[in-house]
Every structure is written in structure tokens, then in C-alpha cells.
Design a protein. Sequence first.
Lengths: 266, 257, 257
Amino acid sequence: MNGPGTSPASRLPKKPSRIKHYLTFILIVWMVWGSAVATDSTFRELFTGLPEMWKLIDEMFPPNWRYFDNVVPAMLDTIRMAIAGTTFGAIIAIPFAVISASNIVKSPWILYPARFVLNLIRTIPDLLLAALFVAIFGLGLMPGVLALAVFSIGLIAKLTYEATETIDPGPLEAMTSVGANRIQRIVFGVVPQVAAHYVSYVLYTFEINVRAAAVLGLVGAGGIGLYYEKTLGFLEYDKTNSIILFTLAVVLLIDFISTKLREKLL
Amino acid sequence: MKRRIWLRWTIVAALILIYVWTFAGIRFDGIKPTAGKITHSIFKGIFSPDWNYVYLPEGEDLLRGLLETLEISILGSVISAIVCVPFAFWSASRRGKNRAVSGSGKFVLSFIRTFPELVMAILFTKAVGPGSFAGALALGLHSIGMLGKLFAEEVENMDAGPTEALIATGANRFQVLWFAVIPQVLPGFLSYSLYRFEINVRSATILGFVGAGGIGTPLIFALSSRNWERVGIILLGIIVMVTLIDLISGYLRRKLA
Amino acid sequence: MIELRNVSKSYPNGTKGLNRINLTIGKGEFVVIVGLSGAGKSTMLRSINRLHEITEGEILIEGKSITKAKGAGLRRIRRDIGMVFQSFNLVKRSSVIRNVLAGRVGYHSTLRTVLGLFPKEDINLALNALERVNILEKAYIRADQLSGGQQQRVAIARVLAQQAKIILADEPVASLDPLTTKQVMDDLRKINQELGITTIVNLHYIDLAREYATRIIGLRAGEVVFDGPVAEATDEVFAAIYGRPIHKDELLGEAAL
């Protein structure tokens, strides 16, 4: 044993190099700094913007409560859009989920293209889809419903096929052993195990869609979003604020109900 | 048994009512005669994109638009990852902490989460002027809601043992934080930040719709001027970028785990 | 010297964790505390460095009251008391050496420790501590790569680097197999004998207590029911402490000893 002052360094393994850590750190700093420079983001910009922001907030209060009456129909439309979009998406998602689950479909010629389509759908933001559908179908709720439906297919199908792949294979084997055909195997061996998950994912997607539906109006796809643009365009910030608060209340309420339902399911 | 049947029929009746109400309110005017043609043009545009737009020497091209989108999302993610840390510790419920404190923190986070980021972007364009900075601020503020919640869960699930050990050595609060808490939560924080970055890249592609910079700006122009070849190439660009970012970020997150 | 003067702890629901305990533990003693789980062993140990608060009485460390100490004064006293835990309480993602250096933070300013600027003597101290418990070669490995016994030795090295005058060990071998149990207990005894560090250990195994202790304290329902040298701790005494005959699972077994 050495005294407390002497170094046991000679018997020590070599200290691992930290160069990788430093390089990663430098890379991140460089990326953030570069982004800030390129987008003209400076603290000065932020501070000079602060009074402006404060003025905006000042004008937003008190909210114009009377404006509520004007936007209630639009809010109901928003909820309708979310319900319809989620429903269509949820229905179309079922066949997609079935052909993407590797324990149901064995052929890679079906499996991978199906998953590829699902991944592709999920790369496109819902607002972009809505803008495209508005271009095709014109203004109204329909493009909003379609955009939410397409987005929902991607999300629900992915979550459902992943849940399907983790099911207990026992019932499936049992169905095979009694001579069931492919459809019977799915109906009796898979559906009972996945149904609760599926419903829970549909509700979860519905929560997301309510939030998304609230802004689809910005590209002309109907609902409350239209009124954001209208009131902001006329600089009626007190009205904007009442819409914001209304949206928040509706979304939080729907979230609450949906979460309670999901807890009951699983 | 009887109660179960009753419950089932109540659910069915409620669902029928909801759907009647929903579809009674959605007017379907039939498909416009131009719809087919436009769909055809969009698909034609996507399959015969305007390749010239990828790079233009004088600027305002696809690559620069995508780069700006990336910059907005990087900045937004970094802002939120830093700002959400105090929110996370505020809202994390741990043993011996007042539930009212963490509850109020959780409420603030869900409030921020619910606030539509596009509306936030519009408000920021009014405050700091239109452009990418407004977009980055909007993403940064909105992401706090989700990141703060995920970070708080990471803090809640942390092993309390090392904290106890550090207190026992006579460390002060800050030293406990630095030597016991941060090493435990940092990998999770980084992983969630990358995950949020993936989401932010998607969001940043549409910020331009409201004047908050990125590829959305030329996209909304191309859409309103019905320049489908250009819409096609931009769409393609977005798909490629988002997929690449997902792949890279997913790889990094697996390494962190 | 550790003095417990009339120490009691009652919980809000009225149950008594500790009941009027009076003890004096001299320098260099190797005390083993035995008793059923729930008898108050862990509570008493954690009261000594005030990880748990007591509701009555006073605890003196080297003549200074830890019960009345506050802030920096409390941390100063804790710095002299090392603690070893059942679940090791290492930061699993940090390297072994960093875990050992964590024992030094009480000696330095916040800024210095946060920047990682430990003086050369501290690093030597940490390396010597690792050498003493025979895991010097693991210094730069992440703590979660080590076996349970090795992790506990890192925890002991942390206490050594802390240059503690007292070691509290709360069920230090409860998560270890018989062979590593012996190694860890040997380490603790060696440190006790060579460096003269007062050591207080909570143990579940009776034969282990007899093998290592110089003095045995028996707790039952928060009260001291036995206090004496090993020679006096007969099977009858243990039966009295436990309120029933000794079970087989309270013996580690001859094979290991």
C-alpha cells in the first residue's frame, strides 16, 4: 500500500480518450451557432421584439367574450372534422395494419411496400395534406376531413401493427390447428387480442386530430382556424384571444374525456 | 350481466348520435369537375418534378429552403430543450414534494402543449417580424410543453439512491444535482430532445404558411400559383429530408439508450 | 465518538420508529446492529448522518450536535461520515473514478467541483482508494459494467476517498452472493483495523455479525434490547432480540465463512 500522496498511476489502465465527446460537443455548438446566424436569430432581436410582444399580449386582454357566439358553429365544425377524419382513417388503417404485421403476412413483397407507404404518409405534415386537398376540392370541411383521415391512417396503422406483432401466438396456432382459414384466424386469433389497443390508438389519434383540426382553417380547410386568420388579419387581438382560450378549453376537455376512456380500456 | 348489456347499448346509442351529428354537419357538395384534373396535375408534378428548382445559383431554391427549415428546427429544439429543464423539475412529482407544486407545473405544461404552434408562430411574426426567427421561437416555445412532460417523467423515474449517497458525503444542493441527478437524466434528456427534433422538422416545413420561414414559404406560393411541378419537387424534398432526419436521429437515439 | 442521547422518532401516524435510545460508540469500534426488519436498524443508522430526522433527543458526532446543525455546518459533519448502502447507490452511467471522486465534493467549492477541477491529491486519493479495494484496473469503466460485489467496493472506495472518520453501512451485503459478501465484509474490517475508522453495520445474518463485530447491538421495535461484546451474544440472546428462535435464513452458512 502506498501513502496517500503517491500516485498509483503506473499501475493504472490508460485513460479513455475524450476526443469523441469534445468533437460531438463542437459539432453541436457549430450547428446551433450556424442556425442562429443563418436565421438572423439574436438575443438583440429577441429583446427588441419584447416590447412588441408585450404590446400584443396587452391588446389580447381582456378577451372579447362576446365573440364566442360567432365562433361556436366553427368550433363544432372543427370537432366534426376531427371525428369524421379519425373515423375514416381508423377504418382504412385496419387493412393496412393487417398487411404490415409480420406475424400475419409472411410475404416480404406485401409487408415492406405496405410499411413503406405508412412511413411515407407519416412524413407529410397534416397541414400540407390539407393545403393539397383544398387545392383539389376547394374550400370547406371536406379537404380537412380527408387530410386528417390520411394522417390517421399512417399513425393508427403503425401503432396497431406494432401491437399485433407482440400478441400471444398461442391462439393463432390454436386456430390453425382447428383448420381455420386466414380470415378466420385473424377474426378469432388476432382481433380479440388487439381490439382494445386499436380503440385506444383511435382515441389517441382523435386527441391529436382535434388539435390539428383547430389550425386546418388557416389553409382554408374549414373549422375554427379560419377565424384565427380573420381576427389576426383585422388586428382584433382580443377576439383572437377568446378563440385561443376557447380552443384550449375544448382540447383540454376532449383530452380529459379521451384519456379517461383509454384508461378504462387498457 | 344485465348492467353490461345496458352499458353496451348506451355506448352504441351514444356513438350513433355522435355520428349523426357529425355527418349532418358536414356538407358534401360533390367533387368539383376540376378535381380530377388537379389531382392528375399534382401527381404528374410529383412524378415529373421541377428539377431545376433544386439548386438555383441566385438563391431561393429547394436546398436553401430545406436548409432553412432544418435551421429553424435545430434552433427551436435547442431553445425548448434548455428552457424546459426548470419546468421539468418543477412539475416532476417526487417523494416528499408538495403535490400542489408539481400539479401546477404539469398544468402549465399541458397548457403550453395545447396552444397550437401555428398560432404561436403567427403571434411571433407580429412580435419579431416575419421570418425564420419567429418560426424558431414558436417551435421553441411550443415544444416546451411536450419536452417538459417527458423530461419530468425521466426525473420521476430516476433512481434516488445516488442522490442520497451524495447528500451523505456532505455535498450541497448544486453538487448533488451535478453529480447524482444530471448524469442520470442527461441521456434521457438528449434522446427526447432528438425525438422532439424529428417532430420539429415536420412542423417547420409548414411554418412558412403563416410567414414564419422555411420551405413552407415557397410551397404556399407554388400552391397558390398552381405550379404543380414545383409543389411536386418541394414535396419530394420534404419527404426525403424528413426520412433522412428520422433515420439519423433514430440511429443516434439507439446509441444513447 | 458518536453519542445518541434519548433519541426517539415517531411518524405522523403515531408509530414509533425509535424509542428513547441512548448509546455511545467509541472511536475504532466495529459495531454490528441486528434485529428483525422493521426493528428500526435502518432508521437509526440514517439518523446518525441525518438522512432521517429524529423527533426527540440529540445525536452528537465528535461532541458536535448534528441534530442542531444547519446548512454548511451540517454538510461539514456529514463529510466526516461515509455511508455504504444496500443498493450501492452509484451513478451507474458515470465512470468508476467519477463515482469515487463524488466522495470529495464536500471538500471543495461548488464551482470547482462542477468544472471537474479536482486537485491532483484528490485524484490520487481516489485511485489509492480503488487500489485498496482491488479494483484499480476498473477506474475508467462505467459503473454499470461491474458486478454487484465490485459496485459495492466502488461505494466503499467512495467512502475512503471521502476520508471519513465514521462509516455507516446499511445492509451492505444484502444484495450480494455469499462469496462476495465475505470479500466486502473483509474490506470493511481491513479498513476498520488499518485506518481506525469507526464502523457501524446493519446486518441480517447472525453468523456474519459474530464473525466481524467487536460489539453487537440488538434492536427490537425501536428499542435497544441488547448491547454487548460478541462473546455475550449467544443464540439465546439472538432469540430474545428476534422474539423467536433463530431461522435458518438468518445464517449465511458455514461454507462461506
